[in-house]
Design a protein around this ligand. Sequence first.
Ligand code: SF4
Length: 248
Amino acid sequence: MSDNAIKGAIHSIETFGSVDGPGVRFVVFVKGCALRCKYCHNVDTWDPHSDDMRTSDEILDQAERYRSYWGNDGGITVSGGEPLLQIDFLIDLFKKAKERGINTCIDTAGQPFTRNEPFFGKFNELMKYTDLLLVDIKHIDAEEHVKLTGKSNENIKDFIKYLSEIGKPIWIRHVLVPTITDNDEYLKRTREFIEELSNVEKIEVLPYHSMGEYKWEELKIPYSLKNIEAPSQERVINAEKILRGQLA
Ligand code: SF4
């Protein structure tokens, strides 16, 4: 390994991930995110700085120790934080992963996406080595998206449309938050958006929970969803039906 090998800013590793893509997966959580989702449960990933900098080979050598558990479906997932903020590292990591025959997945909110260079060329390079993306739709409504995350969803919608244009498989994930996203009108608009896509393999509703709240307190950042409860099972099923097109 050369001394100038590109390194990723790592937050943590989960060796037996079961909710971040198909099968059992080695999940690498990276640092840095430009969104500020009010319900973020990984608020400690926002700061892009990390004392844990690792090369692709270091990560893949560790990941491969768990290979026998992956079966046909498993592999590695990079989550965050926002993985696309470290796109040069991701290209290096996934290129080497594919050389080792490892299934690759990115868990992203798409916020860094632009069709401008140099990002766009790099993104297309990355897609050569990416098998699947788990894409969060935070909020379908432009203004509500800004209120919820601090940023526009224009380029995020364009990101998802682009993945459809190039036929890259995605799983869509949507966090159901009472009073914010748990609203039939917004859910139906999200469904209309999904209907225009041809690459969606799965749609998952993630019920809001406040388990990450203690991290906000530790970092002394005010948590604005204090009075919001988790949605009922009935509302989760309702959201799943609407987003999957099972309701008229
Ligand atoms: S995109 Fe993910 S890591 Fe970033 S603020 Fe939102 S929930 Fe947190």
